[in-house]
Design a protein around this ligand. Structure first.
Ligand SMILES: [Zn+2]
Length: 330
């Protein structure tokens, strides 16, 4: 009996000393963690190709910044950035006063990247003539040369460039001026005696047996004649958007809809004897090819499609393909 009591007492003593030990251990651990967290903190050590470049506290934010930079870069005309180096991250416990340097890590990543720029080349006979900054400018140049019927327009194109080198960019007006070749007049079947140069540049008012009417209202925003180093082959009327456009004379519609050129949505009416009228930059086209229209009949509404900076009607009268000054015939 006495022996049993003694062993129970021993067990209690043992448990008590064990608890004491565990308790001390917990306190010691807490103290160590406390001391460590005063002196140290966890940071990501960043290496590129095995070379240490710095520490970051926020791995995902840094990587997101790098990913965004790859796509947008931080300049104009950037297509994409081919980054050679991939940062690698490993979590480390470092002295609390260790500085993070996301900026420098980003700089090292940028340094390893090759920047590709996107811009456009204006091409004549498959040879680059000039570079322009954006597709809109390239398209505007082609539109302008098309509208002025530059003789070489069928040999002019533009293409997108993705290259590691930037080029000097030309302005649209300068490119148009350098590429424009005045159109040769189409052979004139009748009434064209003595016409040897572009009839737009000489006084060329052959008589036409048609009494045209003004196709729309509004001020004349640009007359027929030389314009910005080129030649404006029609009259621009600028009434509000949606104003009706009327057939200037009766005839048959030969073109109607999207031109795919600077004219935007347009209509051409054939009046017979080589005489045509053209109505460009329309918003809505209300007639179709083959349809006969009476003089004054509504054929379209004024818009700003194609190479146009605001609502207007570009109106041309052509005799055997040569544009005449509409002011002499209305
Ligand atoms: Zn015009």
């Amino acid at each position: 009996m006495f022996n049993i009591l003694k062993s129970i007492k021993n067990i209690f003593i043992h448990i008590r000393s064990s608890l004491k030990f565990i308790f001390l251990l917990i306190i010691a651990t807490a103290l160590i963690i406390g001391i460590l967290s005063i002196a140290y903190r966890p940071l990501y050590s960043v290496t590129i190709d095995g070379v240490f470049v710095g520490y970051t506290a926020n791995r995902s934010t840094l990587q997101q910044t790098i990913n965004a930079y790859k796509v947008q870069g931080d300049g104009a005309n950037i297509s994409f950035i081919d980054i050679q180096a991939t940062p690698e991250y490993s979590l480390r416990l470092v002295r609390r006063d260790t500085e993070t340097n996301d900026e420098e890590i980003l700089a090292s990543v940028k340094q390893s990247g090759v920047t590709y720029y996107r811009y456009y080349a204006i091409v004549l006979d498959n040879e680059v003539t000039q570079y322009v900054q954006c597709r809109e400018t390239a398209q505007a140049i082609v539109n302008e040369l098309t509208e002025r019927r530059s003789e070489n327009v069928s040999r002019i194109a533009y293409m997108q460039i993705n290259r590691a080198e930037l080029q000097e960019f030309a302005e649209a007006d300068a490119v148009v001026a350098s590429l424009f070749v005045a159109p040769r007049p189409a052979p004139v079947a009748r009434g064209g005696a003595g016409v040897s140069t572009n009839p737009g540049r000489v006084s060329y008012n052959p008589s036409i047996e048609i009494a045209f009417i003004r196709p729309t209202s509004g001020i004349i925003s640009s007359p027929f004649g030389p314009r910005r180093g080129g030649f404006h082959a029609g009259i621009d009327y600028a009434p509000p958007h949606g104003t009706p456009i009327h057939a200037a004379a009766s005839g048959t519609v030969t073109r109607a809809g999207a031109s795919g050129s600077g004219f935007g949505n347009f209509v051409i009416i054939n009046h017979g004897n080589g005489v045509e009228t053209l109505y460009a930059h329309a918003h809505l086209v209300l007639v179709s090819v083959g349809q006969t229209v009476a003089q004054g009949e509504q054929i379209a509404t004024v818009g700003s499609t194609g190479n146009s900076t605001g609502p207007h009607l570009h109106f041309e009268i052509r005799l055997n393909g040569v544009s005449l000054n509409p002011a002499h015939y209305i």
